[in-house]
Write a protein that binds this ligand. Structure first.
Ligand SMILES: [Zn+2]
Length: 430
């Protein structure tokens, strides 16, 4: 272990305490001749001892934090998502500028001065506090504008004289001389593009962190960021990091996916919902029970109960049809989807294959308890009952047998649903 690198890491952790876990889990790999520090997608920190010798600890701690933030921000995955697996060189260069501007902006906001060679929003003449994707868009827009200007200039120059040609040609090769190839600066953690000097996926010989281990560190750092901000107040953590931590700890819930997960649990699938591979019966189960022969895979029946009482407005009924549409797509049951609709008693019971087959008539007072009991008593019995309602209803006092998932069209009625049922709020934003 390089002593100077160890000291730089400790200083880095002291300057940004919430990044400690990320900084300390970077795996140092010595690469003489690299002339820099860089981090790959597996949290390996490559360093050139000569590079360390020539710089003070303040400078080195900045570089260590810079690399740690690339990893924590998942710039590799985000770059591939934005640009694809094999991006064009010019777009890749813009992404590399964009991520470095975003990282160094965060570091400068924490009071750490950026070394001379570092890219910052100010040096690029861009606003502060933007995400890497936003910087990329701004840079791309500018490049397009410049290209257009050059084209127009080129056209007017061509019409007069062709003098400036050799100058512009020399400029490009002249500036690049003596500098490392831009495509080799930094590591794959910034853009998801493996470098020739990296060790590749983790192995016994070249240990690295896999995605699962990285996710654990990522969550620990997000928690540390939130704690730090709670203790020291708003603004103590740069806005970009605080936002990213909050998104990570409280991801936006997609009601359709949540509903699918709850139904999947209710019908006891072990693999994909809709592919009808179910939990195998326990071999030690005594013979003569109600188990079906092993080769029979019964399709679990799901019944949808729709509240059509007067309080259900057009918008609530539209959400109900959405649930039915989702259930039809996820459970392609040859018998159709069982749907019971009504207000205080079942007014319409049908097997449907398309949402349009349902008549959502009704309009009286509401009591879902009788309808839920009726659904549970049907034969063959459903494995799960989905109840779509605004929540202005009575409920059965005790469990009815099949699992019941309540799909609420009104978020504020969630507390009134008995605890033995699962609840999904279909429009959490309202
Ligand atoms: Zn970088």
């Amino acid at each position: 272990m390089n002593q100077k690198l160890a000291e730089a890491r400790i200083l880095a952790a002291r300057k940004m305490p919430y990044m400690t876990h990320q900084v300390m889990t970077l795996i140092p790999v010595e690469r003489p001749g690299l002339n820099t520090m860089a981090v790959d997608e597996y949290c390996r920190l490559y360093f050139d001892p000569a590079f360390l010798e020539g710089r003070d600890l303040t400078h080195l701690s900045f570089v260590v934090l810079h690399e740690a933030i690339h990893v924590w921000s998942k710039h590799a995955r985000r770059g591939v998502r934005l640009l694809g697996e094999k991006p064009a060189a010019d777009r890749l260069d813009l992404w590399r500028l964009a991520v470095d501007a975003a990282v160094n902006d965060v570091l400068e906001q924490s009071g750490l001065p950026c070394p001379e060679e570092g890219v910052t929003p100010a040096k690029l003449d861009l606003p502060r506090n933007k995400s890497a994707e936003e910087y990329f868009d701004l840079l791309l827009q500018r490049a397009a504008e410049q290209q257009q200007q050059q084209q127009q200039q080129g056209e007017s120059e061509q019409s007069s004289e062709g003098e400036g040609q050799s100058e512009t040609g020399d400029e490009q090769s002249g500036e690049g001389e003596g500098q490392p190839d831009a495509s080799q600066i930094g590591g794959s953690a910034a853009d998801g593009q493996p470098r020739p000097w990296e060790d590749g996926p983790p192995s016994a010989e070249h240990p690295g962190m896999d995605e699962h281990e990285q996710n654990l560190v990522e969550a620990a750092v997000a928690k540390a960021i939130e704690n730090y901000q709670q203790q020291r107040g708003r603004g103590s953590v740069p806005g970009g990091l605080a936002r990213a931590a909050a998104d990570l700890l409280r991801p936006k819930v997609d009601p359709a996916r949540e509903l699918l997960a709850k139904v999947k649990y209710a019908v006891g699938c072990t693999s994909g919902f809709g592919d009808f591979t179910y939990r195998k019966p326990n071999r030690r189960q005594p013979a003569g029970g109600a188990l079906l022969p092993a080769h029979v895979k019964p399709i679990p029946r799901v019944t949808v109960v729709v509240d059509t009482s007067g309080s259900m407005e057009q918008h609530d009924l539209a959400l109900a049809l959405g649930v039915i549409g989702n259930a039809l797509r996820s459970l392609p049951d040859p018998r159709g989807l069982r749907v019971l609709a009504g207000d205080t008693a079942v007014a319409c019971a049908k097997n449907v294959f398309r949402p349009e087959q349902i008549e959502l008539a009704g309009g009286g007072g509401t009591d879902m308890s009788a309808m839920i009991v009726a659904a549970a008593e049907e034969r063959p019995a459903p494995k799960a009952i989905l109840v779509v309602t605004d929540g202005y209803t009575g409920w059965p006092r005790e469990p009815v047998g099949p699992r019941v998932v309540v799909c609420l069209t009104q978020a504020y009625m969630a507390d009134s649903v008995p605890k033995w049922m699962d609840t999904v709020v279909l429009n959490p934003g309202e």
